[in-house]
Design a protein around this ligand. Structure first.
Ligand code: CP3
Length: 344
């Protein structure tokens, strides 16, 4: 698997075409996913049923011909294992319940042992690997400490991250204790996924773009750096993902990841210039690009590929998860177009 085009692109090696994969996340755009989804009572139950989670993981590979599979799970799974109550209500985002006001509340959180508390994830990894027979690599993943902290403290999604930043600014000791604990959890969790067979890992710091560069360096960077270091020691490529990070790219490039995700709010060539060969790039089509007329999308793909050629390595992707309203045929058209236009 070390030789796969996707893994090679992560490492910045020459590849015969630009690999592409896509996160479905808010997606639900594949009818075959919706069918399995309807057979269980809730999204978390699907995550916790390895037979079904494994089937759902390989669907985009079969339907679209993407070059990597992303594990079917959720970034909030380890937070639940830490002792936070987690719910996904139909048609709403995640809802979390945990009162975190003092060091005592941080102490009460567990650093879960992945093999005992999250074996369903590891079992899904093993089953996917078995089902795919090494055909494409499997990307394991975890939420990053800042993004996970924001879900715990806000109780769900947020616009201003007011509770998160208030804790950061007013109770820095509590903040750092929480980040330490989340970091320990993420490191053990990612390592366990690699041990179970994941060929690469992605750290989702989806909401880190809410921070100024100064705050990122002070409150987040040391933890991100430690995760990259400790997980990279297993030997798999490491992808660091964030959105709204145009002003953080220089700092993200310094974390030591093999690949840095870039969204559409910055031209890919500008991102590539900022990275200065320190990492490969992943991105950066706007998920709304899949609603363009085909000719316009093709032109856009051409531009992104052209700009990606300046990078150390390029993995084509959307800047964020695919939207639920997306036509699967357009997703297939995108994959085919990326492969056709990037053939060397
Ligand atoms: O693409 C895949 O299938 C991989 C699995 C995956 C999911 N979530 C499945 C999911 C991955 C990699 C994630 C990551 C995730 N989850 C992130 C980071 C990526 C990002 O979007 O920034 C975040 C922030 C979450 C938290 C989360 N989970 C939210 C905000 C939601 C609700 C989204 C919405 O619009 O309703 C989820 C639910 C979720 N996670 C779904 C899926 C397929 C939909 C649930 C369903 O099928 O009912």
């Amino acid at each position: 698997m070390g030789d796969h085009v996707f893994v090679r692109a992560c490492r910045g090696l020459e590849v015969p075409y630009t690999p592409i994969w896509m996160m479905r996340q808010a997606g639900r755009y594949l009818p075959e996913y919706m069918e399995i989804r309807r057979s269980v009572s809730g999204f978390l139950e699907l995550c916790k049923t390895p037979g079904l989670a494994a089937r759902v993981t390989v669907q985009p590979v079969e339907r679209l011909g993407v070059d990597a599979a992303i594990l079917f799970s959720d970034i909030l799974v380890p937070v639940e294992a830490m002792g936070v109550h987690l719910e996904f209500r139909e048609g709403e985002g995640p809802k979390l319940t945990y009162t975190l006001e003092s060091l005592k509340d941080v102490d009460a959180l567990r650093v879960p042992h992945p093999a005992t508390t999250m074996d369903f994830v590891l079992e899904t990894v093993r089953r996917v690997k078995e089902a795919m027979g090494g055909q494409v690599p499997l990307i394991g993943f975890s939420g990053a400490p800042f993004t996970l902290a924001s879900y715990i403290l806000e109780g769900g999604g947020s616009r201003h991250y007011l509770k998160t930043k208030t804790l950061m600014y007013r109770q820095p000791r509590v903040w750092h204790a929480l980040m330490e604990k989340l970091t320990d959890t993420v490191v053990a969790y990612l390592k366990a996924q690699v041990e179970a067979g994941a060929d690469a890992v992605q750290l989702f710091d989806s909401w880190v773009g809410a921070l100024s560069p100064t705050d990122f360096r002070k409150y987040v960077a040391p933890y991100t750096r430690r995760i990259v270091q400790e997980v990279k020691a297993t030997g798999v490529p490491f992808i660091l993902f964030g959105t709204d990070t145009a002003t953080l790219l220089d700092d993200l490039a310094a974390m030591g990841a093999d690949v840095v995700g870039v969204d559409w709010r910055i031209e890919l060539e500008d991102a590539v210039r900022i990275l200065q060969g320190r990492a490969s790039v992943q991105g950066n089509l706007d998920p709304c690009g899949l609603f363009m007329p085909k000719e316009a999308l093709e032109k856009k793909v051409e531009t992104i590929l052209e700009q990606g050629r300046q990078a150390r390595g390029h993995i084509f992707n959307l800047g964020h998860g695919i939207l639920p309203q997306t036509d699967p045929d357009m997703a297939k058209f995108l994959v085919d177009t990326v492969h056709r236009l990037s053939k060397r």
